[in-house]
Ligand binder design. Structure first.
Ligand code: DGL
Length: 271
């Protein structure tokens, strides 16, 4: 089973393209809605929450976990990879994040060698995108900007209102002057306002479709790692669990992503 973990609803923007690209696998989606947002929390807190989520997903039978949340991929991923997978005997389990595939795609497609990144405060302050890019191609310059108001606006369905466009314009102004030709949406929620990013950044900037890139990268990964792929159950089952209200989860998932989810369970990850 593939476990997809996010701080709340946002990871559904990653899950949806995964389900479209790789529908044959069993999936469990865990949203820690009771403790969202993670983007404003400390590294230690994100690490602790990530540990609890990973333990839960392993206990439910996931052998491959995708941390769909950028903040988790930035602050918690290494920690859980070290804690749970360091043991040489753990060959059949994996935890993968979303940052590496996005950086690889951006590096491959930028011609100007100037890339912009937007994300939560936690992700941007961690400099994870700059670090990963430096590792891949040190000639590429990364310009980043945190946009902390966007997640609450989207969760309140305020992204349909003109105020969101005004706020987004302000956030993106400093990035527009950097003449980048690729933009990474480094937060699960931002693809929900993809058109707004596109409109503001203009034709010269390729705003990446994060979920699709992650899905394609996972498909490649599974081809390269049959030892993991063959362990994944292929019954096309889907389970959705949240740490908060199942009805609100269902409403968001169905309204914003059209997932047609019928059943959502509540789980307690901590005492
Ligand atoms: N899922 C988070 C991310 O991609 C956004 C929401 C949050 O701050 O928890 O960074």
């Amino acid at each position: 089973m593939i476990g997809v973990f996010d701080s709340g609803y946002g990871g559904l923007t990653v899950l949806k393209p995964l389900l479209e690209k790789l529908p044959e696998y069993d999936y469990i989606y865990l949203g820690d809605n009771a403790r969202t947002p993670y983007g404003t929390r400390s590294e230690d807190t994100v690490k602790r929450y990530t540990e609890q989520a990973v333990e839960y997903l392993f206990s439910r039978g996931a052998t491959l976990i995708i941390t769909a949340c950028n903040t988790v991929s930035a602050l918690g991923l290494r920690h859980v990879q070290k804690k749970y997978l360091r043991d040489q005997n753990v060959k059949d389990k994996k935890i993968l994040g979303v940052i590496r595939p996005l950086v690889e795609y951006a590096a491959k497609t930028t011609k100007s060698k100037r890339v912009s990144v937007v994300g939560t405060r936690g992700t941007i302050q961690s400099k994870v995108y700059e670090i990963e890019m430096e590792y891949l191609d040190s000639e590429i310059k990364v310009y980043s900007k945190s946009c902390p108001l966007l997640v609450p606006l989207i969760e309140e369905h305020w992204h349909y209102k003109p105020e969101t466009m005004m706020i987004l314009k302000k956030y993106l102004r400093p990035l527009k002057s950097k003449n980048t030709d690729v933009m990474i949406l480094g937060c699960t929620h931002y693809p929900l306002i993809y058109k707004k990013f596109n409109k503001i950044m203009g034709k010269k900037v390729n705003v990446l479709d994060s979920g699709k890139i992650v899905a394609r990268s996972l498909e490649d990964y599974l081809k390269r790692h049959p030892e993991i792929e063959t362990k994944l159950a292929k019954g096309s089952s889907r389970s959705y669990v949240t740490t908060d209200c199942p009805d609100r989860f269902k409403e968001f998932a169905n309204k914003e992503l059209g997932l047609g989810i019928k059943d959502v369970k509540t789980v307690k990850l901590w005492e």
